[in-house]
Design a protein around this ligand. Structure first.
Ligand SMILES: [Zn+2]
Length: 205
């Protein structure tokens, strides 16, 4: 590892962090080695500037996470569906947060793209396909910020429509699990603050 100082530095800072946690929060590691019970699922963008636990000052074990390009939950994405099924199933998550952010590179790219064709061969452009289509459905005058907000709302809807969420709501209605809610948020890179987009949905009939 010595030939990559930037990689070596990660091991060093990890060691310092673990030592500090052991000192300041001695119960954390013994508790966590027994299991996890986070109440929050964060569906966010992979962007390095939006690390959910850091921006909300949470400890390891508090937030279950899925991050990808432009905070998407796509109906046909097995990885996303598996994660949601696990989160609202065995893990017992009670709040699902879809969080977009200002200056989102995925949305900026989608905003600048023409409507995709069937022949789009790049995985990135295929993954951005729903965002590009959303951008064009908003009309030519819609700016990137409008697309970012619309993309959060669209993906909140995608979570609502998912089989895992319908199952969780059905089980909650029968009292077999606690209620589960979905929220849409926006993180502002220039202030470091989260904004609730007021699209929260609770138990569905
Ligand atoms: Zn982003």
């Amino acid at each position: 590892m010595a030939q990559f100082p930037e990689i070596q530095a990660l091991f060093e800072s990890n060691k310092l962090w673990a030592e500090k946690v052991k000192e300041t929060d001695p119960e954390l590691f013994p508790t966590q080695s027994k299991g996890q019970a986070p109440k929050i699922l964060w569906i966010g963008c992979a962007d390095s500037r939006v690390p959910e636990s850091v921006i909300m000052a949470r400890k390891p074990g508090e937030i279950f996470v899925m991050r990808n390009v432009a905070n998407q939950f796509q109906a046909g994405d097995d990885s996303a569906n598996a994660l949601l099924e696990y989160a609202v199933g065995p893990v017992g998550v009670e709040h699902v947060i879809v969080a977009g952010h200002t200056g989102c590179g995925g949305c900026i790219a989608a905003h600048a793209s023409p409507l995709p064709t069937e022949t789009s061969s790049s995985p990135l452009m295929r993954f951005l396909d729903p965002v590009i289509r959303l951008r064009h459905s908003l009309g030519e005058r819609a700016d990137v910020d409008e697309l970012i907000v619309a993309n959060v709302k669209r993906n909140v809807q995608n979570v609502i429509n998912s089989p895992a969420m319908k199952d969780a709501w059905a089980r909650a209605a029968k009292g077999e699990r606690p209620p589960v809610h979905i929220h849409g948020w926006l993180y502002n890179l220039s202030t470091g603050q989260l904004e609730d987009l007021d699209v929260s949905v609770g138990a569905k009939a």
